[in-house]
Design a protein around this ligand. Structure first.
Ligand code: IVH
Length: 695
């Protein structure tokens, strides 16, 4: 690969890795398996190694994945308002490999670097959950933080207090007065199955795996709901400076004596042979554990040596993870269904003889597309190899030809839509066959209706079964029909009572204030995902501007290329869609970007440093700065336009501002600069009034 090709591939890989990392850590809904993810990360690492000038500090190779809610993310079921606190010691991740040779390299390197000093290894399970850092003060649980971006984490203490095996108070003696201990929050398979069953009954999307379920649960708004989810904690790391012990193993043994949940599957070993035996043992035995593990962690046991070996940007040099390959199961292929999706893509889905795989029973698996079926040369009745990827539905990755019988039947990919009978089409460079009957094929219509209501679109409380019923009764054909539904019509739905109808109508009512970009996403324009919808909404401001945009104008939007632009044009060419939009408008949906009346450009070009406490929170003040066109900065420099000083501002910042001749403004002076904002003095009076009223 030449330099330019490498450059392009690096950009591509970073994009892919970032997107999946966000899906994994923030949305708890990954779209690729760990194995694929790690493979891409390795490819990026080796390209960056070959071209060091292309390394940037924001490359995924240099950062740990972040579970902090991205500011632009707007899903509503996950708590956004967690307080965030810095970790006392950064929370790193681990270097990992699927290759036993690299574990040997790790051991050789450690032995070489540590020279004559004798040392041992602690072998442990690698628990597949979500990382947590607990602080105990005076023997009481003080705080629980998620990994966040490794530097700052979300405060999930209230939720962690509801996890049964996390002690509120330590027992025994010898615990440090103030210390941190880290580990993993897991959802055992039994709780996971129960939760997903419940979610299906309530028409909520199931979680893809116990890891996503654990991390999603930890970020719930309601601690009582967390208690019901039956999470489980296991702790495996005390940052060395937190407590004084000679070895990691002693530290964990002491922690266990204080009542903390520490795994009893750990083993201290002396050499690579014992490490390999531990790996072999658990690769076989992990099926029998009640929770998910995805590998083995090997740590140098002597804590003094951790400092000697140090850390890289992302991970310590004193530990490494060996990851197990996804588990496989072999089972019989009973039949193939051809499923039509919302966009009309037809996906072959295999029905399997039920088989146990990574803790759950698998009955269905995807075959992706016709090419994949041909590549596998698959037959009905074959014995097939199944693995779990990142998504809910497992994949078929191979056929056991030795077990094929003469009766095995060659499957025939349909030439017409299994749902509406329209001949299927395939674009030149697409792997999938499509049903082109976009607005007439029942499955596609139902898919679009469901998409319209979904959480990231209009967020209306209804799932697949409800939409099916509404469609079958002829109550809805297009999303605009939802807004014409009457209570009487809703009561025709099986099992619906006054209360369910009211809830649905209330939820529709709330959807009228969903912002324009999400409405645009809800329309289900092909290739216009959440992010693209945001970009388009921001660029054009109103639906009229989007609908009348030319190809050239659409291409000016960041991230919009020919394919997306064509698809947008096509959408707005269709009279039926325009009719829907007219009806949505009558229903009161948002079709333009709302800017708050108070926003202005009063601080355009100004860089502001905010210090001290104010009548409103400091975050609120910083938002005001941005809403009026200014930029926040955390330190005073020659570029600072003014220092906004509340009560008790930082003395260093005040000193620096005075030295550099930077203006210092009070809260009242600042408020008076902003058109449309109540003055600070006015607020004080109001507060005073409140006090006299209630005092
Ligand atoms: S030690 C600085 N031990 O795996 C390293 N991590 O992929 C401290 N994990 O970030 C972590 N089981 O969230 C350690 N026995 C174990 C583990 C473990 C699971 C997680 C942890 C870590 C991630 C790296």
């Amino acid at each position: 690969m030449d330099y330019d090709q490498a450059k392009i591939r690096i950009v591509e890989l970073r994009e892919l890795l970032r997107e999946n990392s966000r899906r994994y850590y923030v949305e708890n809904a990954p779209t690729m398996s760990d194995f694929e993810f790690d493979g891409l990360m390795r490819e990026l690492e080796s390209l960056e190694k070959a071209h060091p000038d292309l390394v940037t500090s924001d490359s995924p190779t240099q950062q740990v994945g972040s579970d902090l809610h991205a500011p632009e993310a707007d899903d509503v079921s996950v708590q956004k308002e967690f307080a965030q606190y810095p970790h006392r010691y950064p929370m790193l991740s681990l270097g990992n490999t699927y290759n036993i040779g690299e574990i040997e390299d790790f051991v050789n390197r450690a032995e070489k670097e540590l020279g004559e000093v004798p040392f041992s290894y602690s072998c442990e399970l690698k628990f597949d959950g979500t990382a947590i850092s607990l602080t105990y003060r005076d023997g009481k649980l003080f705080r629980a933080l998620t990994r966040g971006d490794g530097v700052v984490g979300d405060d999930v203490t209230a939720n962690v207090r509801r996890i049964e095996n996390v002690p509120e108070s330590l027992k025994g003696s010898g615990w440090p007065l103030d210390f941190e201990i880290r580990g993993e929050i897991l959802m055992p398979y039994a709780s996971f199955d129960r939760l997903n069953k419940e979610r299906e009954e309530n028409e909520e999307p199931p979680f893809a795996n116990p890891r996503n379920a654990a991390s999603g649960s930890l970020k719930l708004l309601n601690p009582a709901e967390v208690a019901r989810r039956d999470l489980w904690c296991t702790l495996y790391h005390i940052p060395a400076q937190s407590a004084r012990f000679a070895t990691h193993d002693e530290a964990l043994t002491a922690a266990a004596s204080w009542g903390l949940p520490i795994s009893d599957k750990r083993k201290v070993v002396q050499d690579i042979h014992e490490i390999e035996a531990y790996i072999r043992y658990w690769d076989q035995e992990r099926d029998s554990l009640p929770y998910a593990t995805d590998g083995i962690v090997i740590k140098i046991n002597e804590l003094a040596l951790h400092d000697a070996l140090g850390v890289t940007a992302k991970s310590p040099r004193w530990a490494v993870a060996f990851k197990f390959r996804a588990q496989e199961a072999v089972t019989k292929l009973l039949s193939i269904d051809y499923q039509v999706g919302r966009t009309g893509a037809v996906t072959p889905v295999a029905n399997l003889d039920p088989v146990q795989l990574s803790g759950t029973v698998v009955k269905r698996a995807t075959l992706n597309n016709a090419d994949q079926m041909a590549l596998l040369d698959i037959r009905i009745g074959d014995y097939v190899k199944v693995i779990k990827g990142g998504e809910i539905i497992p994949k078929i990755i191979g056929v056991d030809l030795a077990k094929r019988t003469p009766e095995a039947e060659i499957p025939i990919f349909p030439t017409i839509c299994p749902d509406c009978g329209t001949p299927l089409e395939r674009e030149e460079d697409e792997a999938k066959w499509f049903c082109p009957n976009q607005d007439g094929c029942p499955t596609q219509i139902k898919g679009k209706l469901l998409h319209f209501l979904s959480r990231k679109a209009m967020n209306v409380l209804a799932g697949e079964a409800t939409v099916d019923q509404m469609f079958n009764l002829g109550l809805v054909r297009t999303p605009a029909d939802f807004y014409d539904l009457s209570e009487g019509q809703l009561l025709q739905l099986e099992g619906w009572k006054q209360r369910s109808a009211e809830r649905f109508l209330q939820s529709l009512e709330v959807s009228r204030s969903v912002p324009f970009d999400r409405v645009l996403f809800a329309l289900g324009i092909r290739f216009v995902g959440e992010t693209t919808a945001k970009e388009i909404a921001r660029h054009f401001g109103t639906i009229e501007a989007v609908a009348s945009a030319s190809l050239e104008q659409l291409l000016e939007v960041p991230d919009v290329g020919d394919v997306i632009a064509e698809s947008v044009l096509e959408y707005f060419r269709d009279e039926r869609h325009l009719d829907d939009i007219r009806r949505f408008k009558t229903a009161g949906l948002q079709f333009s970007i709302q800017t708050s009346a108070a926003d202005s450009a009063a601080l355009a070009g100004k860089t502001v440093v905010v210090s001290g406490t104010f009548q409103v929170s400091r975050d609120e003040i910083k938002r005001l700065v941005e809403r009026h066109g200014g930029k926040n900065s955390s330190s005073v420099s020659g570029k600072t336009s003014f220092l906004l000083a509340g009560d008790k501002p930082g003395p260093e910042k005040m000193k620096k501002a005075a030295e550099l001749g930077v203006r210092i403004l009070s809260e009242a002076e600042f408020m008076n600069m902003l058109p449309g904002e109540p003055s600070a003095a006015g607020k004080k009076e109001l507060n005073g009034l409140d006090l006299t009223l209630f005092g």
